[in-house]
Design a protein around this ligand. Structure first.
Ligand SMILES: Nc1ncnc2c1ncn2[C@@H]1O[C@H](COP(=O)(O)OP(=O)(O)O)[C@@H](O)[C@H]1O
Ligand SMILES: [Mg+2]
Length: 359
């Protein structure tokens, strides 16, 4: 998978921009706040349908403008792919795939696969389970549309169930209607849990290998999927989860939310059997975070027979020279977009970025 060109109009600090990319490594070089990350964001937006920042779509339109757009042309193994995002201050965004507007973002995800890594991604290892669930969700959704739909179904059902728990005056009122939500919830929970377990199993050997490679073969990495449903992942999953939900109903009613479910899932990460989240050094956490992303890359290649696009934002400034070299060796197998503040010894096409312009 390769991105050939991107055309931007009124997106972030870019007025107009047309770029042709290299098939291998593209490096965006510039001082702070010139638009390097914004450029990666425009590519990400076309692949995932939204920004990697938690912001509204219209916040990405250039200040003072009403409309913005991003067009991206990609070459896949067997065909070309044209994605267009139209942003409008007064309307919902429009997404076109090969000229045809799509109705749901689920129809865009997976067209062009992408892996994004930035220093923020340290959160993946260090912070709340939320980040690790997001990691699983974005990665699995890109290869499995059904997962994406089951996930949004689950979120809707959960919101309804929580609303019932929170707004009901008595537990009797809750008990009258909650069965409907529970039956629906366990179906999606099963699909999500099984897919996440499979995903963690799949990426584990890749992550282990990448981590050994980045850390010069010193530490063994192990990943474990932790299901928030508190039931075994077998044929009785739905029945057992429904039973557990029933058992917890008074607790849930008191708290006003659902305490069991895949919205409480996590991944436990160990280095030589020590939990990295609590005991790892910052350096270890960074390397492990990167290893998880590289594992995602390998896993997608394994599934699709084609590497995804790799975006690396400000990653090199955070790594020592040795790890930089190792990472560069690794990324040479796919089309990569790298941002950095100074010219490094990176083989690739260099773009010098200044104030929303390419020199
Ligand atoms: N919607 C917007 N319209 C115009 N400029 C924006 C918008 N959003 C952010 N910016 C500007 O973009 C710049 C940051 O760009 P960024 O790509 O993050 O820089 P860097 O080169 O450091 O990665 C900041 O100067 C910010 O003010
Ligand atoms: Mg930046």
């Amino acid at each position: 998978m390769k991105i050939e060109t991107v055309s931007i109009a009124n997106f972030r600090n870019y007025k107009n921009l047309d770029i042709k990319f290299d098939d291998k490594v593209n490096v965006f070089i510039g001082k702070n706040a010139q638009g390097k990350t914004n450029l990666l964001e425009s590519i990400y937006f076309c692949c995932i349908g939204k920004s990697f920042k938690s912001c509204k779509d219209k916040d990405t339109i250039k200040w003072g403008e009403e409309k913005g757009s991003i067009k991206l042309l990609a070459k896949k193994k067997y065909r070309e792919e044209k994605i267009e995002i139209k942003l409008d201050k007064t309307k919902k965004k429009t997404v076109l795939v090969n000229g045809l507007p799509i109705r749901k973002i689920g129809d865009l995800i997976g067209e062009i696969n992408i892996v994004f890594f930035s220093p923020q991604e340290l959160k993946l290892v260090r912070e709340s389970p939320d980040e690790r669930r997001k990691f699983m969700d974005i990665s699995i959704s890109q290869n499995n549309k059904r997962y994406f739909y089951q996930l949004s179904r689950y979120e809707k059902i959960l919101a309804n169930r929580n609303k019932l728990l929170k707004n009901s005056q008595t537990i009797e009122t809750v008990k009258e209607t909650i069965d409907i939500w529970d039956r629906a919830l366990v179906m999606s929970a099963k699909y999500i849990a099984f897919e996440r377990e499979k995903f963690v199993k799949e990426i584990c050997p890749y992550a282990e290998k990448a981590n050994l490679f980045l850390s010069e073969g010193k530490e063994n990495l192990r990943l474990e999927y932790v299901c928030g449903c508190d039931v075994k992942l077998d044929d009785n999953f739905e029945k057992e989860l429904e039973k557990k939900l029933k058992k917890n109903i008074e607790k849930d009613f008191k708290l006003g939310y659902t305490t069991l479910g895949t919205h409480r899932d996590d991944i436990d990460i160990y280095l030589n059997d020590v939990e990295v989240k609590s005991f790892g050094s910052q350096g270890q956490q960074r390397t492990v975070g990167l290893a998880l992303k590289l594992a995602e890359l390998e896993n997608m290649n394994n599934i699709n027979g084609e590497y995804p696009i790799l975006l690396l934002d400000d990653v090199f400034s955070e790594l020592d020279l040795d790890r930089q070299k190792r990472l560069l060796k690794f990324v040479s197998r796919t089309q990569t977009f790298i941002t950095c503040t100074d010219e490094r010894k990176i083989d690739g096409k260099l773009f010098f970025i200044e104030n929303g312009n390419i020199k």
